[in-house]
Design a protein around this ligand. Structure first.
Ligand SMILES: Cc1cc2nc3c(=O)[nH]c(=O)nc-3n(C[C@H](O)[C@H](O)[C@H](O)COP(=O)(O)OP(=O)(O)OC[C@H]3O[C@@H](n4cnc5c(N)ncnc54)[C@H](O)[C@@H]3O)c2cc1C
Length: 361
């Protein structure tokens, strides 16, 4: 049995490590010649640390990452802290490590991906690959695993319509030096919305939504991120992005499976995309080892998990981006919620990923 893994992002790298652990031969191909230096995902959930622990990597991640101790609400120059009581017996509920670093750790733990090799199409049950020098290769394997991200060529080859929606919101993020945020906490300014996360090394990730009718800020402009008592400066990265939520109709089409962003994308609210992609990949290796019926069960279970994530992140996103009169109310509602221990515990369990299926060996 052999597996062609398309894409060496977090999902593809974890699938490769998990297959290797089971002694299942694979090829891991990656279109990009080198890894991008900047990071989308930051948060690694306790549930994902369980996977990384099975791969012998949790201690490396924990040594570098910043544990999240709670949430901090900024109301003008006042702050309200909601410390997390602890939801997982062994790991912090979430740790912060830039995705580029997580990928580097995963890549160093396995065989290097074949870089500069892109999946192009499916032809007569074989994968058409294009090498950087222009050469075409027809690859014959038992399984093709599309871990090639939101614009997946494998998904396109299958013709899955990837139904869903795009949000109107325009978001921007920056990695910068920031004065005025609480270290080790998820910082939330409810109105106008600003989220702040401390990265290892003292840099902060800030995310905010732009007003729908206002002019677009110039690249690198720090003004949209300023709030009373919160002063960002010296950005190392600035990026505008939009968000969509979509999910494939099936995660398995014959001998081709889709995992991670290739199968489901959603708002980054709650920091979940990379996490469920890693969990898809871990459980896929187990399913492939178990045979056809287990892969079917995997496809159904993981589609249901992603469906729940899409529904939950949609709710959070709409609440966080609600315009009009609801927007100023956000602070009052969050302040009340921060004082209700049951709600804080529920939020912590969610960001720990404990509402997802347990990790099976
Ligand atoms: C602003 C932002 C913040 C986010 N924050 C978080 C967070 O805190 N926590 C979280 O869990 N998630 C977060 N996410 C989501 C997370 O980044 C993604 O869910 C995650 O990267 C998906 O991993 P993946 O391996 O499925 O796909 P990708 O990371 O997209 O990797 C796909 C790989 O496939 C390669 N590839 C593409 N096409 C081909 C081809 N034809 N042939 C060969 N290789 C190919 C690509 O080069 C890439 O290396 C965030 C996303 C955004 C936009």
């Amino acid at each position: 049995m052999s597996v062609l893994i398309v894409g060496a992002g977090p999902a593809g790298l974890v699938l490769a490590l998990a297959l290797k652990r089971r002694g299942i031969p694979y090829r891991l191909i990656e279109r990009a010649e080198s890894r991008l230096p900047w990071s989308r995902a930051l948060g690694i959930q306790a549930r994902t640390l369980e996977v990384l622990d099975r791969l012998g990597l949790a201690s490396t991640i924990l040594a570098e990452a910043i544990p999240v101790r709670g949430a901090c609400l900024h109301l003008g120059t006042r702050t309200v802290h909601a410390p997390f009581p602890g939801a997982h017996p062994r790991f912090p509920s979430m740790v912060i490590l830039p995705q580029a670093r997580t990928e580097a750790i995963l890549e160093a733990a396995g065989d290097p991906p074949e870089r500069g090799v892109a999946f192009e199409a499916l032809r007569d049950g074989r994968a058409v690959l294009r090498h950087a020098d222009g050469r075409e290769e027809l690859a014959e394997t038992d399984w093709v695993a599309g871990c090639d991200g939101a614009h997946s060529a494998v998904r396109h080859a299958l013709g899955d319509p990837f139904p869903g929606k795009r949000y109107d919101a325009r978001l921007i993020l920056t990695d910068a030096q920031v004065d005025g945020l609480a270290e080790g906490y998820l910082n939330v300014v409810p109105y106008p919305l600003l989220l702040g996360f401390g990265l290892p090394g003292g840099t902060w990730r800030l995310v905010t939504a732009l007003s729908e009718d206002g002019p677009a800020p110039a690249e690198g402009d720090m003004a949209p991120f300023r709030r009373p008592g919160i002063e960002p400066h010296d950005p190392s990265w600035w990026s505008a992005f939009s968000i969509s939520q979509r999910q494939v109709t099936k995660m398995r089409h014959g001998r081709v499976v889709l995992a991670g962003d290739a199968a489901h994308i959603h708002s980054p609210a709650g920091g979940q995309g990379m996490n469920i992609g890693i969990q898809d990949a871990w459980s896929l290796a187990r399913a492939i080892a178990g045979g056809e019926a287990v892969v079917d069960a995997w496809a159904a279970e993981r589609r249901a998990v992603a469906h729940t994530v899409l529904r939950n992140t949609d709710r959070i996103t709409r609440a966080m981006l609600a315009p009009g009169l609801l927007a100023p109310l956000r602070g009052t509602l969050l302040r009340l919620a921060f004082h209700i221990p049951a709600l804080v515990r529920r939020f912590e369990a969610q960001i720990a990923g404990l509402n997802y299926p347990p990790i099976r060996d």
